[in-house]
Design a protein around this ligand. Structure first.
Ligand SMILES: Cc1ncc(COP(=O)(O)O)c(C=O)c1O
Ligand SMILES: N[C@@H](CCCC[NH3+])C(=O)O
Length: 426
């Protein structure tokens, strides 16, 4: 994906310096080949290896018309979490039967959009949603397939802000007998639901499989109990996403197969031993698919030296285009793309341009002496960068470009000042 030629960084045979000139900075750049390579790992380790499986791209990581199209071409489903994401998929012509809808508080309008478009399945996040969704289906004289998102009471080894499987979580149906079993019975008996089964998502940026394996135990018991208590064979099980990627050398991601194999082996043998029908199995990774496939390009502006303390090199973007360092203390690596082969004899803080002291993109960044006008590339910014971008300080959201085999294509135009005030009224 990366090459260095004549002191310049190239991505998929495109010079990052030329990309910065052509499209301006800040700029999001994605390697299509890398996305496809990541999808291939999921196909090899999961979809093509085990029968009756599918993977949905959790498009919250990077939701654009382009990604919807690519996922369709590659045979992936989509996991959406809002009306806006669903609308993007609709506009991209994505097959509605391959969409699943997650979220802890889907609004009436969002659920109506889902029902009106006959999407593949709705992941019911709490009991209150179960009743509300049933009411909507009755009103509309329609039916829908549903899964239950279960909170499996497991703690993932990741940043507290991105763990989601703990008992005290806003996500999922709590694992209390008096809540979960009546809900299952209600869903099975309802005339408007086709109750498919269970879903969990335990957290994000995980580097080991123990949380998935622990959460599976909970699901296995539910499969057995659902059969024993209600005579019902669970048809589907979704193991969520969360597969970690490499941001810095401190990250040691494991292959997808190390998440999938223990889960599948255990599930298959449990179903055999307990005489249960093997359910269809799915997953919904986001970060893994796009994270390492994306980089960001910035232009370095002012350099501020504080003698005896440190040097700040400021870039023309910041927490508006990548909120993760400010929000989670996330760490990134980068390279001065026009000085790619030069000795790294300086250590600086790369600061953003927003009016917040936490707007620091990389701390203790080792680089050649930075200068006004240098182009900075920040790696592994493909997930939750563009999708969490915002207009703080009325900074426009940058453009997005896809590169492939030496060619580049604009897939999202840079916001203009007019775009930002378009919906305002004097
Ligand atoms: C329900 C659900 N599914 C899938 C994902 C995708 O997670 P990741 O990008 O870590 O694979 C998330 C986000 O963490 C999620 O909340
Ligand atoms: N947005 C988060 C992860 C949350 C994923 C959605 N549950 C991140 O950047 O790491």
């Amino acid at each position: 994906m990366f090459e260095i030629k004549n002191n310049e960084l190239f991505i998929d045979q495109c010079s990052t310096i030329e990309l910065a000139k052509k499209y301006d900075t800040p700029l999001y750049v994605y390697s299509e080949n890398k996305i496809v390579e990541n999808l291939k790992e999921i196909k090899d380790a999961f979809i093509n290896k085990y029968p009756n499986t599918h993977a949905a791209y959790a498009c919250k990581a990077f939701c654009t018309l382009y990604m919807c199209k690519l996922m369709e071409q590659e045979g992936f489903w989509l996991d959406v979490v809002s009306g806006g994401e669903l609308y993007t998929a609709i506009k991209a012509g994505f097959p509605m039967e391959h969409i699943e809808f997650n979220g802890n508080n889907k609004t009436r309008a969002e659920l109506e959009l889902a029902l009106d478009n006959n999407i593949g399945r709705i992941v019911v996040d709490n009991v209150s949603e179960l009743y509300f969704l049933e009411k909507l289906c009755v009103e509309k004289n329609t039916t829908t397939k549903i899964l239950f998102r279960i909170t499996p009471n497991v703690s993932a080894d990741t940043h507290e802000y991105i763990t989601t499987g703990k008992k005290d979580s806003k996500f999922g149906i709590p694992l209390d007998d008096e809540i979960v079993y009546p809900a299952i019975k209600y869903a099975i008996d309802s005339e408007v639901f086709d109750f498919l089964g269970f879903h969990f998502h335990v957290g994000s940026q995980l580097h080991d499989n123990s949380t998935h394996v622990a959460a599976l135990e909970v699901i296995l018991n539910l499969l057995k109990d659902t059969k024993e208590k209600f005579g019902y064979d669970v048809k589907d099980f979704n193991m969520g996403g969360g597969f970690g990627i490499k941001y810095t050398d401190a990250d040691k991601p494991i292959p997808i197969s190390e998440f999938v194999d223990p889960v599948m082996e255990k599930l298959i043998s449990f179903c055999e031993e307990n005489n249960l029908k093997m359910p269809a199995v799915s997953m919904e990774p986001g970060r893994f698919i796009v994270g390492e496939a994306g980089i960001q390009l910035y232009t370095i502006g002012n350099i501020k030296e504080i003698p005896g303390i440190r040097t700040y090199a400021a870039v023309d973007g910041g927490m508006t285009d990548n909120v993760r360092p400010g929000l989670y203390g996330a760490k990134y690596e980068g390279l001065i793309a026009n000085k790619a082969e030069e000795e790294k004899d300086a250590t600086v803080y790369i600061s953003g341009k927003c009016c917040e002291s936490t707007d620091i993109i990389i701390k203790d960044f080792k680089c050649p002496q930075p200068e006004f006008g240098d182009i900075l590339a920040v790696f592994s910014t493909g997930a939750y960068g563009y999708s969490m971008a915002n207009n703080y300080n009325k900074n426009p959201i940058p453009a997005v470009v896809v590169v492939k085999d030496g060619e580049s294509k604009l897939i999202v135009k840079r916001q203009s000042y007019d775009d930002m005030i378009m919906n305002e009224v004097l």
